[in-house]
Design a protein around this ligand. Structure first.
Ligand code: HEC
Ligand code: HEC
Length: 133
């Protein structure tokens, strides 16, 4: 009835399958996207950790404030005031001038496709030499 050998073999094969993702990838996660931070500006409108997890909510708040309330001025955590604008603030020349190297890299990696650019204008990016990898 009990076939010890087969049970042990089954357990071993099962363990090999279960742990496959770990040893196949040597325990490492897939390579993360390399996002380029702005060169000129060192601080965003809120601290980095906040922007990483909450930028979508913040931009939505900005939109509601501008479109529904008519207030375009945002008082940031560092006491500075910013124009609540995708084009003139977030993706302006001084900040994330290259959407393709920042927003897009992370969104492509995470499979996020914001529809904002159906209406909002993406800044023109100057063509440059191919990047070496
Ligand atoms: C159907 C067109 C349309 C889409 C899609 C759209 N917007 Fe807008 N958005 C507008 C219009 C029109 C205004 C008002 C422009 C103004 O008064 O400066 C605006 C204003 C804004 C503003 C404030 C002004 C500025 O210059 O940025 C923000 C922020 C904003 N939208 C964010 C978003 C985000 C985030 C998305 C995607 C999740 C989005 N919008 C999608 C049409 C659109
Ligand atoms: C570090 C990664 C990362 C970077 C960089 C990034 N995003 Fe995102 N973004 C995300 C993720 C992840 C989501 C989806 C979150 C969710 O669905 O809850 C998202 C969602 C959004 C959304 C909401 C989309 C929707 O349909 O509601 C907007 C708007 C957005 N991002 C704008 C931007 C802009 C503009 C930039 C560049 C200035 C940017 N993001 C850079 C990771 C990133």
């Amino acid at each position: 009835m009990y076939d010890g050998g087969k049970i042990v073999a089954g357990i071993i094969i099962g363990l090999i399958f279960l742990t496959f993702p770990i040893w196949y990838t040597h325990g490492t996660a897939p390579p993360r996207p390399e996002v380029k931070l702005p060169e000129k500006t060192k601080e965003c409108v809120e601290p980095r950790a906040y922007m990483k997890t909450k930028h979508m909510q913040l931009i939505d708040l900005w939109r509601d404030s501008v479109v529904r309330v008519g207030n375009r001025s945002y008082l940031a955590f560092n006491g500075k005031k910013y124009d609540m604008s995708l084009q003139n603030t977030c993706i302006s020349a001084d900040c994330h001038a290259k959407k393709s190297e920042f927003c897009d890299r992370c969104h492509n990696y995470t499979g996020v496709v914001p529809y904002c650019w159906d209406c909002h204008i993406e800044p023109e990016e100057k063509p440059q030499a191919e990047e070496k990898h």
